[in-house]
Design a protein around this ligand. Structure first.
Ligand code: SF4
Length: 443
């Protein structure tokens, strides 16, 4: 039987998708990239905010069409939406044959065995494979893997549904993570992106102390590991020890992904963030002092309940002062069952949109200035792909994170084509820029 999987949402979900595919593959199923060829389609959903839920529902309905126009005999919905709205999916979407929430993954083999037998898709069938970090079908087309070091979150930000979906913060044992990295490095993976809901808290729950710096040190000693990047750090847990390890360890990208969400103390408190404006400014100063070449990326929320024009201006002023290299921003999404759902003074959507645009306009200027500073500099890049118009090699250095950041484009000509190979590394020099991307030539 052929299995096709569509993964939605964040990279944490992508890791689950890769483990689900790994389990099917070990069980003898054939993994296919085209859903029209699949007998079983799995949609691994996100249920974080309204737009993600809508995308998940649209995708499920689109995949259900393959029961008519393709070979699909079973449509399985997994992931965060499946956990958060299991009964609603079962009731309102008869096209879906099986719903497995993230909290049921431990029992996935029994659930699938029962399903295949009851549905008579397979007779007296036993699905024995469990989800296993050491058994993933890596979906990246070049040598990159995401490493999930913990799951769940204890921070309880008042707007966030993640703790309701993924539960309490749970670190994985360090030896298990290192074993996974070693196995992937042996398979030829070179770039490792460390992810979780709160990477900087790693270790506190199981070792009684923050252990990310030690994990970096040990990961970097594994043969074959070339680049290590940390995503989703919380500033109040970004200790001097961690910053120093990032600064001095050649294999660790000088890249700080530090979502701040806002810069007004009243709003940060209402959001139940543990950072204050002072902590944010102090930690950033420390990062820049210890790692002067650091790239800083953040995310912000505009239009949180009660955000006044003055408080929004305070955010804008802070962004102009800090000058993050990269910034993602979102309008506040009112999520049921979260604390801020019931907050008074919800902000009109059009005001949220105007504030978002204003913030992006400010950031565009900053990003342009930051990219200009990289003119003439030389970088080792991974050649990820060829652009859709087939005019450029699409590349990325240690300073660009996959999926979220701009890229470095190298024009395809006789010279570059003779030197560059997709999936390999090359040296380039930056020759042009805009506010999102850089342009380079191979040296
Ligand atoms: S840190 Fe806050 S926003 Fe991030 S997952 Fe945890 S609760 Fe949600």
């Amino acid at each position: 039987m052929n299995v096709g999987l569509v993964t939605l949402g964040c990279t944490k979900n992508q890791v689950d998708s890769e483990m689900i595919l790994g389990a099917f593959k070990s069980q003898g199923f054939n993994i296919v990239n085209q859903v029209e060829d699949a007998d079983i389609i799995v949609v691994n959903t996100c249920g974080f905010i309204q737009s993600a839920k809508e995308e998940a529902i649209d995708t499920i309905l689109e995949m259900a069409d393959y029961k008519e126009i393709g070979k699909c005999k079973a449509l399985i919905v997994t992931g965060c939406l499946a956990k958060r709205y299991k009964s609603q999916i079962i009731e309102s979407m008869p096209e879906v044959d099986l719903v497995i929430g993230v909290d049921e993954y431990e029992n996935i083999s029994e659930i699938l065995s029962n399903f295949f037998n009851q549905k008579k898709l397979l007779n007296q069938y036993k699905f024995t494979q469990k989800l296993d970090f050491n058994n993933r079908v890596i979906s990246s087309t070049y040598p990159l893997a995401y490493i999930r070091i913990s799951d769940g979150c204890d921070n309880r930000c008042s707007y966030c549904a993640i703790p309701l979906i993924r539960g309490k913060f749970k670190s994985r044992k360090m030896e298990d993570i290192l074993q996974e990295v070693e196995g992937l490095a042996k398979q030829g993976i070179k770039e490792f992106c460390i992810i979780s809901q709160d990477t900087s808290k790693y270790g506190l729950d199981i070792y009684g102390e923050l252990k990310l710096a030690e994990l970096l040190k040990k990961m970097s000693q594994i043969n074959g590991v070339k680049w290590i990047r940390i995503l989703y750090m919380y500033l109040f847990e970004t200790t001097d020890e961690l910053i120093e390890e990032i600064g001095k360890n050649d294999k660790v990208c000088k890249y700080f992904d530090i979502p701040i969400q806002h810069l007004n103390d009243r709003l940060l408190k209402d959001m139940n963030r543990h950072d204050t404006k002072q902590i944010i400014f102090d930690r950033i100063q420390k990062i820049r002092q210890i790692v002067p070449e650091a790239i800083l990326r953040t995310t912000c929320i505009v239009g949180f309940p009660g955000e006044t024009e003055k408080e929004f201006e305070e955010l804008l002023d802070g962004i102009k002062e800090i000058k993050f290299d990269r910034l993602g921003a979102f309008t506040y999404s009112r999520e049921e069952d979260t604390k801020s759902y019931d907050f008074e003074n919800q902000i009109d959507e059009d005001i949220k949109e105007k504030r978002l645009k204003k913030l992006f306009d400010v950031q565009k200027e900053i990003s342009l200035e930051k990219n200009k500073q990289r003119l003439g500099k030389e970088y080792e890049v991974i050649i990820e792909d060829i652009s859709e118009d087939e005019q450029y090699f699409v590349c990325r250095s240690m300073l660009e994170a996959p999926d979220v950041d701009g890229r470095i484009y190298v024009k395809i000509d006789e010279d570059s084509a003779s030197k560059a190979i997709v999936g390999e590394y090359s040296l380039v020099k930056i020759i042009d820029y805009n506010e999102y991307d850089l342009f380079a030539q191979i040296i």
